[in-house]
Design a protein around this ligand. Sequence first.
Ligand code: UD1
Length: 430
Amino acid sequence: MDKIKIRGGNQLNGKIYISGAKNAALPLICASLLTKESIRLTNMPILSDIKSLNSLLEVLGTKIEEKTELKSGFESKTYTYTTDKFDSLVAPYDYVRKMRASYYVLGPLLAREGYVELSLPGGCAIGARPMDIHLNSLELMGAKIEIKNGYVVADAKNGLTAAHIIFPKASVGATCNVLMAATLAKGTTKIENAAKEPEIADLIDLLTKMGAKIEGRNTSILTIEGVKELKSAEHEVVADRIEAGSYAIAAAITKGRIELVNAKSEHLQTPLNILRNMDIKIIEKPQSVVVDARNALMQGQDIMTDYYPGFPTDLQAQFMALMTVVPGASMVTENIWENRFMHVPELMRMGANINIHGYASAIVRGVKKLSGAPVMATDLRASFALVLAGLVAEGETVVNRVYHLDRGYERLEEKLKAVGADIERVKEED
Ligand code: UD1
């Protein structure tokens, strides 16, 4: 298993290209299942999660063409997906287990073929992650749903019909799944309390190009008028706001200056405002965001995760890493996931002063320095938090279980090395 070795203390300066968003790309790939024509996706990130989902689509019968292209001087992928017919309507355990977002095949398969068997993904390191909102909504649209041998068996032989659905929580996954299902359902579906994350707007943009009729983009009420069929389209994946936010914190923690090329500042307003409160200069440009922390007199800040446009839960661990070395106290409250402080014991092994209160809050008191240590994390964003701590710690930090990082951070060590980090990947046999 590969490891990442970091020698801390370097100030980071320069430019980092922000890749296409993983969490946008995953539902976009599955939207291609809604049509027998080809869907071309550009600015796709090069990540193991994308490869896993591509393998699942190949099992279902999708033909995938891959091309490498240059965008702002950086390599990105273009994939063309064509599913003229299905070889299978079963998403097996071995695929879903590797990548939870495989559940995005549910809505499209049910809408186009009227049947799907999907292995239940189960829990994961950041909580129970139920699917009840997805399944209850599809039942309201006429699907018969049973759980058999660990699989969701969903049947809508006579097609899905429109429904008025009120989500109990603004779930990103359920919003994407129901949106995709509703594009081909009979009648007009209304979703209330839909999620408003930018990745959903990106999905709506592709579906609209494919011929779907959707109103309410960027709002919590979505109205979808079902159509008979969808057609071929091309779409550029939106920039990854979580990758951009993660590197913004890399600039902050090393008191450096990084230009995040291709980042969209409008998708990052809440985290950028926290950095501004810490005296960090943020310059928003049309094609990039500059984060300049060289002369910042940082002080602790309180953060509370929330649905978009609130503070993203996927940046909570990284902000906590920053707070460990900023003078003063910071309170970090996690409101989305019930088990998302797994990085705390690892940060404490590096010398951080953190007290967890109950299940959802932690007080971080800034320390003068962290010291390098071998560490490991149980999820993707927590792993990046340990990389951040390593960038500023004295001595060497070795981050184990790099496969978490490879799921969501494209060419991490290459990007960080280019701005001055002393970082390398150590290949190890299993
Ligand atoms: C997506 C992101 C993930 C991010 C999360 C919240 C992807 C692939 N993943 O995950 O990185 O942390 O949004 O921004 O895009 N819930 C239910 N029942 C359901 C579905 C969700 O109770 O059927 C609850 C969850 O337990 C959680 C909350 O709703 O407490 C939000 O979950 P959701 O928005 O669905 O997250 P994901 O789409 O899984």
